[in-house]
Ligand binder design. Structure first.
Ligand SMILES: Cc1ncc(COP(=O)(O)O)c(C=O)c1O
Length: 518
């Protein structure tokens, strides 16, 4: 079996170029071996006493061999993980232009709040009487999410945007079943985030796609043509994944409601309109909000995220549990599908949701205030339009006109250069930037989706713009070789991404010992 994929290899001579060194390190970019390859059998970082004698009750099932942990000293372990962290690129390292992901600064104040012992050290099974402050925080966050969206109900427990989608579609299904109107289809625009059709299908619905019009918006006529009494809902993202506002939401809502269906809004991009548009005014029935995108909680590595849903009065009875109720200044939890919550779809997650994210999100809201949140949306849109305007003659914008919080380009500017969107993104890494989102949304050929976020300064945007413009000129000048060789300055060169995805090597095994004859 080929075990080289993803394994540490020494830098190939051509990868080091002029920077070839004896050590394999390049400046402060250190060549790092796997921790197992640093193994010194017998070396140990701790000096523990022998365990006291004990009588085993495992009936002879005890492990017979050592578990094969590498032998390392404490400084080796500390250096290994420190060096690995230095190979990482995150929002704390520099501009992170991933579109559709909103990689914005996580204010340290939020982190401080989340670590307060009264929030960080409590246990979800403590009796409510001992965690009144935490319940009040959940209740206050729920209040502000309702105020900001104009919706009458909220459920906080979904653990990510996609989880919120699932929760929202479950409430729609429950409402339809309650009126004896089982429907089978959900309409999803073709530009939608992949989680939308996946959530609809996970709830047992057939998904039908609605085409975008030439302006990158939902085609209302195509939508109306698909509407019949088998349609349970439409899932529509606003601003959509092309970074554009859907101006016909009210007409879409009217058409959907006239057909007896519900309007699900993917509110992952709420950061572009928070404080400026109230989703309730657009006729939305249920919407998830990615706290990690709009309210700056950390985003990455798959979590922990938080994707609360806000609901209309029609869907509120079906909202997932638990919920916090205030009565005379005290807070209680409703956790069972009974009495006042008899129609709820029930629990979708253990305990109350991602408490640490609730603290961070509320801290973000309160430190910004209503005017500050409005400013967040304005600045996010301003920064994206600054980028769009500065790059529109060098790259090829996917659609005419201004954008919302992210700027979308197609690969027209790379036509006949021999350079692909992927090559272009790899060259950006050599320049010290994380690439933008590539090849998404699928409705745009070779898409490059850039979301600078409101937390970037004019200087950092200008630096990025200068680099992107220079790379575009280099590609158009015929230097395809530069792009095909990229990245050249990273610890690893370009991987075989298909093999890495399809045949990942996730477990280290000691190389077989060499045979005597070899
Ligand atoms: C438009 C849109 N919808 C849904 C999601 C899913 O959110 P999550 O990654 O939290 O599941 C995202 C993620 O960024 C998104 O951009």
């Amino acid at each position: 079996m080929d075990r080289s994929q993803g394994r540490v290899t020494r830098l190939a001579p051509e990868s080091a170029g002029d920077g070839q060194t004896v050590s394999g390190h390049r400046g402060l970019m250190l060549e790092e071996k796997l921790i197992f390859e640093q193994d010194e059998p017998g070396r140990c970082g701790v000096d523990l006493p022998e365990p006291a004698a004990f009588a085993s009750r495992l009936g002879g099932l005890e492990r017979k061999q050592a578990i094969g942990l590498p032998g390392l000293s404490e400084p080796q372990v500390v250096r290994h993980y420190t060096r690995l962290s230095q190979h990482n690129y995150g929002i704390d390292s520099g501009l992170f232009p991933l579109g559709s992901c909103t990689m914005k600064h996580n204010p340290r104040l939020n982190e401080r709040m989340a670590r307060l012992p009264g929030f960080g050290d409590i246990h979800p099974l403590q009796p409510p009487s001992t965690v009144q402050g935490a319940l009040e925080l959940i209740h206050t966050l729920a209040h502000w999410l309702k105020r900001l969206t104009g919706m009458p109900a909220v459920a906080l427990s979904p653990a990510a945007g996609a989880h919120g989608e699932l929760a929202g579609i479950m409430t729609i299904r429950a409402a339809l079943e309650a009126r004896g109107d089982a429907r089978r289809k959900i309409l999803v625009p073709e530009s939608a985030h992949g989680t939308n059709p996946a959530s609809a299908a996970a709830c047992g619905y057939a998904v039908e796609s609605i085409p975008a019009n030439a302006r990158g918006r939902v085609d209302l006529a195509a939508l109306e043509a698909k509407l019949d009494h088998d349609v349970a809902a439409i899932m529509i993202t606003n601003p959509n994944t092309c970074g554009l506002f859907e101006p016909e939401m009210i007409e879409i809502a009217a058409a959907i409601h006239a057909a007896g269906a519900f309007l699900y809004c993917d509110g992952a991009n709420f950061n572009a309109i928070v404080g400026r548009v109230r989703p309730a005014d657009l006729g939305i029935d249920v919407m998830h909000i990615n706290l990690h995108k709009t309210f700056s909680t950390p985003h990455g590595g798959g979590g922990p995220g938080s994707g609360p849903i806000v609901l209309s009065a029609a869907l509120a009875p079906y909202a997932p549990l638990p919920k916090v109720i205030e009565e005379g200044g005290r807070f209680r939890l409703v956790e069972q599908r009974a009495g006042e919550a008899a129609e709820s779809v029930g629990r979708l997650k253990a305990f109350h949701g991602q408490m640490g994210m609730f603290v961070r999100a509320l801290s973000y809201m309160m430190s910004h205030g209503a005017d500050g949140l409005r400013q967040v949306a304005s600045d996010a849109v301003l920064n994206a339009n600054y980028l769009l305007a500065s790059l529109k003659d060098a790259l090829s914008p996917a659609f005419d006109g201004p954008c919302m919080h992210e700027a979308l380009f197609d690969d027209g500017f790379l036509k006949d250069t021999g350079v692909s969107t992927l090559d272009f993104a790899k060259a950006l890494i050599d320049e010290g930037f994380h690439p933008m989102t590539m090849y998404f949304p699928l409705v745009v050929h070779g898409a490059l989706l850039i979301e600078p976020t409101e937390t970037e300064s004019r200087q950092s945007l200008d630096q990025f713009i200068t680099v992107v413009r220079a790379l575009a000129q280099r590609a158009q000048a015929g230097d395809a070789a530069h792009f095909h060789a990229a990245p050249r300055l990273t610890p690893r060169r370009r991987l075989d991404e298909t093999a890495a995805a399809r045949k990942p090597v996730l477990r280290w095994r000691a190389p077989a010992p060499l045979k005597a004859a070899e």
